[in-house]
Design a binder for this molecule. Sequence first.
Ligand code: SF4
Ligand code: SF4
Length: 248
Amino acid sequence: MQIDANKCVGCGQCRPFCTMGVINFTRSGKGTKVHCYVDEDECVDCGICYRAQVCPVDALHQPLYGWPRSIRGTFSNPLAEHKETRVPGRGTEEMKTNDITNRFKRGFAGMAAEMGRPGTGARMREAEKVFMALAKLGVEFEPNNPLTGLLKDKTTGEMNPEVLNEKVLSAIIEMIIPLDKVIPVLETMERVAEEINTVFSIDLVARTDEDFSVPTARIMNENDKWFSINGKINLGLGHMNVKGAGVK
Ligand code: SF4
Ligand code: SF4
């Protein structure tokens, strides 16, 4: 995002809408004119300031950035769609649509690291650290996830070097793992959390057992790990796929 210094009257109305807090005041014209500018290196191109439509002089301007800068907008702007997955936003289809997609079958868990949040964002080099730590465990990353598409080598977790400095509001590393890998993956994420320069939260999802107990909750309790349990079910009008979900 950019601000046209010639148009901007420095009213500051766009500043509270910035998800990264990167719209700042400055002076120009021998220090007489106060106006705002965007710190473009820290901006994630989410477009919120622009869509807020608060600028009285139409000074905000979203340039058409080329590769690799273009990935900021596709990950951070909820109205943008990833060309590869045709899904808007940060990851693949939501975990809560599992009764339709049947991605997570019995005996397996879905795990994800949600990198970055408003106010912090995440550089791709931080995501790469998590990818590389997980790749050492032989984890298979979700192929339809747009972040996976930026990997140079899925077996080592190395990302395309061109994107490493790019910053996004949030992006999700997703994987499907056997239940016996939940704790090793979790403990790897706990270790790598000490080494990265942003925040992430961890998602863990599994289909309930036949008796409606939650296998991942059992694993977490047995290993004395803290978690917050949520039921996420989208009933919708889709085709139910539960029949094929059972693992012998
Ligand atoms: S595009 Fe987003 S991050 Fe960039 S200045 Fe606007 S609100 Fe802030
Ligand atoms: S709302 Fe418009 S005029 Fe006011 S500070 Fe932001 S860009 Fe400048």
